[in-house]
Design a protein around this ligand. Structure first.
Ligand code: FE2
Ligand code: FE2
Length: 265
């Protein structure tokens, strides 16, 4: 079976390029499961219920996020509107699982594809150079003990390359894929680890690449050069969709191949 994972969708440019390519990519590659990181979908900062619904209409099964999850306040109530055992869209939007106990929302989703194959998606956040959260390594162990699905995709939303690579090795052979998000720059290291886990340090954003990780160049330069507080806005130029396509054995959950691609206009 095939899984498509789309990296952080950033602003209107990111949404537009994903909309332009997703249908064709899913058709031509016979993709079974689609996961999209939507943490920057709303102008670069967070995601709204209506934008989340749009991704589900485009074919996403599960949406992952990261540190920007709470930027749009209306998402909090929406995420809590679905009962924990439900399969409603609001339940299929995840926030990192290793946030403090009692945080709204969920960090894991377990579902079934129309062909009966069980799958799970786990969203975790790193602790190096990021706001503090619980241990993502031990949280992964804890979650894996509860899952019945063999096909398991982990979105590790983290800043440090080392932490992402370390989690890949830690989960090798226990999950189908560990894919990094958050830095918005794709890395050239997509591979299958020795025990059958597909890995890539960062899939890269789906957004405007004539930018500084999604934001208007001039605004970021001004911040670096003068340090004055200024508004950050999503750039629009040179949009690309970055995604990883993983082929795996639905029975064992082991990955057979991973291919990263970047599609422009
Ligand atoms: Fe992001
Ligand atoms: Fe992020």
């Amino acid at each position: 079976m095939r899984i498509l994972f789309v990296g952080d969708v950033f602003g209107s440019a990111g949404r537009r390029i994903v909309k332009a390519h997703l249908h064709h990519v899913l058709e031509t590659n016979s993709v079974d499961l689609v996961v999209v990181n939507a943490e920057n979908a709303a102008g670069g900062f967070g995601v709204t219920p209506s934008l989340a619904e749009e991704f589900f209409h485009l074919g996403a099964h599960v949406l992952t996020t990261g540190n920007h999850i709470w930027d749009k306040r209306e998402i909090i109530e929406w995420m809590q509107s679905a009962p924990s055992g439900s399969h409603e869209p609001a339940r299929r939007l995840l926030r990192p699982a290793n946030y403090a106990p009692g945080t709204p929302g969920h960090g894991v989703y377990e579902g079934h594809l129309p062909n009966g194959v069980a799958y799970a998606v786990i969203n975790l956040q790193g602790r190096v150079f990021m706001a503090s959260s619980d241990d993502p390594f031990r949280k992964a162990d804890e979650i894996l003990e509860t899952l019945r699905a063999k096909v398991i995709l982990v979105d590790f939303h983290a800043e440090a390359t080392s932490e992402k690579v370390a989690l890949g090795w830690y989960l090798d052979g226990r999950v189908t894929a560990v894919l990094g998000t958050h830095t918005h720059v794709p890395t050239a290291d997509a591979r299958i680890l020795p025990n059958g886990t597909a890995f890539q340090t960062d899939v890269g954003m789906s957004g405007p690449y004539d930018s500084v990780i999604g934001v208007e160049v001039e605004q970021v330069l001004d911040r670096f050069l003068r340090g004055m507080p200024a508004k950050f806005e999503a750039a629009r130029g040179n949009p690309k969709m970055c995604a990883a396509l993983i082929e795996c054995d639905p029975e064992s959950g082991r990955a057979q191949s991973i291919r990263h691609f970047m599609l422009g206009e």
